[in-house]
Design a binder for this molecule. Structure first.
Ligand code: UDP
Ligand code: MG
Length: 337
């Protein structure tokens, strides 16, 4: 169907107080429950709210399902990206399109309980620009995922110059001031957790128990998580480069000392040509070290390359607005951001 503009839209009401940004990718099974839970919470809030759902290239009909919904008491803004750009890009799209005074990002799968929204709002009203949600526990996730996440967050906290709080995901509230600051950061490689920390505005931390996924499966595979971890580290720290230099220097020193020792040994005791196994071992060690060093440098060179291309983070295929209380929808086709 060709998108069409309505002749006249009803006069836009005042900007919403709260925007709730929900990136989703193939979440047909959870979207109805997600909207229903949000509605329940919104009923108690007495704020003007817009829901910004970002369809990150779903191909299971999630977007159509959502477009047919009409949440009570909130405008629904549906942003469809042209393909699957990944959660970080989808969140960026949602945050860029949100117009509220405060913006909350939460996952569609109900792992971030919407019931905490009132508490987050209270912290924001009390003056926090960022309200971070820290996981006290994670239900329904494997031991491997929990322990690797645990180790990663601690490693990152040590490496990064800006404190990146432990065990916080993307679930958080940001004030308009924080959102505007975030939108000003130009980088294409967006490791969002690091960016939130970098802006450094007054931050409150609330603890919560992370629920298990409502339905469906996690979209993250371990390889993707490892990629995100690498992204996180190289976006916020050049420590690995230093590590490569240090390892190189230490190996060179050890090699030099060993060389001296061989010369001394040959002079003192003569030289029965032995030691090929140790030679091979040494070669392998040095070769490995060199490749590691080059690989690390490559990570950063690759980053520079991606930044230099200046490509947009995502492309919007269409945008649909469903106003609360009416069935009027507005289409905007192919707006690129
Ligand atoms: N998501 C997305 N794009 C992707 C992958 C995931 O927008 O490429 C969304 C997904 O629909 C969900 C949220 O990001 O709303 C978190 O994803 P998931 O639950 O799969 O990750 P996990 O909770 O296991 O970290
Ligand atoms: Mg999840």
């Amino acid at each position: 169907m060709k998108p069409q503009m309505l002749k006249r839209l009803p006069e836009r009401r005042a900007l919403p107080t709260l925007s709730i940004v929900v990136p989703f990718y193939n979440e047909r099974e959870v979207l109805p429950a997600c909207v229903a839970r949000l509605e329940q919470v919104l009923d108690t809030l007495e704020l003007s709210v817009e829901l910004v759902f970002v369809d990150d290239g779903s191909d299971d009909g999630s977007a159509t399902l959502l477009a047919a919904m009409q949440p009570r008491g909130a405008d629904l803004r549906l942003i469809r990206l042209t393909r699957n750009f990944g959660k970080e890009a989808a969140m960026s799209a949602g945050i860029a399109h949100a117009r509220g005074e405060a913006v909350i990002v939460l996952d569609a799968d109900l792992q971030d309980p919407p019931e905490l929204i009132p508490e987050m709002i209270a912290q924001w009203r009390a003056g926090a620009d960022v309200v971070q949600m820290q996981r006290r526990s994670r239900a329904g996730e494997s031991w491997l995922k929990r322990s690797s996440a645990h180790a990663f967050y601690r490693l990152l906290a040590r490496l990064s110059p800006a404190p990146i709080p432990l065990d916080t995901g993307d679930f958080r509230l940001m004030s308009r001031r924080a959102v505007d600051a975030l939108l000003r950061l130009p980088e294409r490689n967006r490791y969002m957790k690091g960016l939130y920390a970098w802006i450094g505005l007054p931050t409150a931390v609330l603890q919560y128990d992370r629920a298990a996924r409502h339905a469906g499966r996690s979209k993250w595979r371990y390889t993707a998580l490892a990629g995100l971890a690498m992204e996180g580290i190289t976006s916020f720290s050049t420590a690995p480069l230093r590590l490569a230099t240090l390892a190189g220097a230490l190996t060179a020193l050890a090699g030099g000392l060993y060389g001296l020792w061989i010369v001394a040994k040959a002079l003192l005791f003569g030289d029965p040509a032995a030691g090929f196994p140790s030679l091979v071992a040494l070669l392998a060690l040095l070769g490995g070290m060199q490749l590691l060093g080059i690989g690390i440098v490559g990570e950063y060179v690759g980053k520079t390359y991606l930044e230099a291309k200046q490509r947009p983070l995502y492309l919007v295929q269409e945008e649909r607005l469903i106003l609360a209380g009416t069935r009027v929808t507005e289409w905007k086709a192919r707006r690129h951001a």
